[in-house]
Design a protein around this ligand. Structure first.
Ligand code: ADP
Length: 438
């Protein structure tokens, strides 16, 4: 209701002083009195994030929740700005929208541990654009979807992992940005980068960030669509995917799960010659990429580099291997901040959660916050009012979600101990020694 001058002034005041709980509490109460229960509830919930025991806000929250449960005219405007919403919920209260509004209104009220945030608040932005899909017609019914996007994330959005980022900058990005200097030092720009590490730890995210750094398109295809049991089709699909990427240059072609495409030829045996042909086709495609001329960069990722045919790792191919480790403390903090920021929370001790989530992957951390939110949501539904996510919810979720990187570490340990004659896994050895598992 932008036409009400009183509220226009009040919203402006709230926007100027978003943490002023007394002001926001009064605005919430007034909104409720004027029958604008949804907005009242949003402001009351923000007050409770800042001041969990605030009596006025609790009172408004309870009354606003009750008003919203009984059908009647309600306004759901933008609480912070007083602008009209693009649409209004058909029936009931739009919890999703309210959560989103809350997330935007104020930074989440974390209990900062001593020293505060270690790496600054780095909520990794979501991609702004939905990937465009290019359909490649395979043989018969078979179709391969190639996704193309221009990522707006950069390495700064990848939380923590300072060493890995530094190495990527030095070994990949700088030579790409300064080809003449690289050439003067005899450095070739041919060849791609292979990211490896446990699942869910940010390889794809890192690859998108690299494309973002280069200002290049990020082109990717689903491996299960590329693989085709009919003789010769996988090779054709692979070639089509490389061609589609060439049409988008400058582009980063991201080959996820490269182990599925580039399996060790020795392990394939004589069983299915189609697999060998596929590996050969991929080698052919990689050899045909010369990024100096093409503006096409190949990034590949795998959870199990030990299953990738060593031919792929030769110079000019995927000749730079980079270990992407489970998120360290700053990375976990950045990832957790990102997930908590979208939810109503109170008194979350981020430092404590970071300390309790060693070895958690990025995906495990997302799962942890979702589980805790489910618990808070169930409580809110039972109480008929928004009850913010609190530490007890996180503790409960911690009892249920275990780090998924364990089995990867066991395999990695064996590889590091018995299959590192050529020093390929030196980074892994250092990491495992640090963790005292080697
Ligand atoms: P992978 O490709 O290694 O299986 P993803 O890149 O899909 O893993 O990461 C899983 C999730 O965790 C993604 O949502 C990603 O954004 C997040 N994530 C993982 N590591 C980080 C990090 N260091 N900083 C920010 N987000 C991360």
């Amino acid at each position: 209701m932008t036409d009400d001058p009183l509220f226009a002034s009040l919203f402006a005041a709230v926007q100027a002083a978003p943490d002023d709980v007394a002001l926001r509490g009064q605005v919430a109460q007034l909104l409720l009195q004027r029958g604008r229960a949804a907005e009242a509830l949003q402001h009351a919930a923000v007050v409770l994030q800042l001041d969990p025991g605030n009596a006025l806000a609790l009172h408004v929250l309870a009354d606003a929740s009750a008003a919203l449960r009984t059908p009647g005219p309600t306004d759901v405007g933008d609480a912070a700005t007083g602008t009209e919403p693009p649409g209004r919920p058909e029936e009931g209260f739009d919890w999703r929208r309210a959560e989103a509004e809350l997330g935007r209104s104020v930074p989440p009220p974390f209990v900062e541990s001593a020293g505060g945030p270690q790496d600054g608040p780095i909520p990794p932005p979501e991609p702004s654009d939905v990937p465009e899909k290019i359909r490649l017609d395979g043989e018969g019914e078979h179709v391969v979807d190639v996704e193309v996007e221009r990522p707006d994330v950069t390495l700064d959005d990848v939380g923590g992992l300072a060493d890995v980022k530094q190495r990527i900058r030095e070994s990949f990005l700088e030579p790409m940005r300064h080809p003449e200097i690289a050439a003067a030092f005899g450095q070739t720009l041919r060849g791609g980068l292979l990211l490896y590490g446990p699942p869910g730890c940010g390889k794809t995210f890192m690859a998108r960030a690299i494309a973002g750094e280069l200002g290049a398109h990020f082109v990717t295809a689903r491996i299960d669509q590329v693989l085709d049991p009919y003789l010769g089709n996988t090779e054709k699909n692979l070639h089509a995917v490389f061609e589609a990427a060439r049409a988008q240059t400058p582009a980063v072609l991201f080959l996820d799960e490269i182990d599925a495409l580039g399996a060790r030829r020795s392990s394939i045996g004589s069983g299915w010659s189609g697999l060998r042909q596929m590996v050969n086709q991929l080698l052919l495609e990689l050899d045909s990429v010369t990024s100096e001329n093409d503006g096409l960069f190949v990034l590949a990722a795998t959870n199990s580099p030990w299953d990738v045919d060593p031919a792929f790792l030769r110079p000019g191919r995927l000749d730079r291997m980079t270990l992407v480790l489970p998120p360290d403390a700053p990375a976990r903090e950045a990832i957790l901040r990102h997930h908590f920021a979208r939810r109503p929370i109170a008194g979350i001790d981020l430092g404590q959660v970071v300390a309790a989530t060693q070895d958690f992957s990025g995906a495990d951390l997302a799962h942890l916050v979702t589980s805790a939110a489910e618990q808070a949501m169930a409580r809110s539904v039972a109480a008929g009012e928004i009850q913010p996510l609190v530490m007890a919810d996180v503790q409960h979720a911690l009892g249920q979600v275990r780090p998924s990187t364990g089995s990867w570490l066991v395999t990695a340990k064996n590889v590091a101990a018995f299959a590192n004659a050529d020093g390929r896994y030196d980074d892994l050895v250092v990491y495992l020694k640090q963790k005292r598992v080697l």
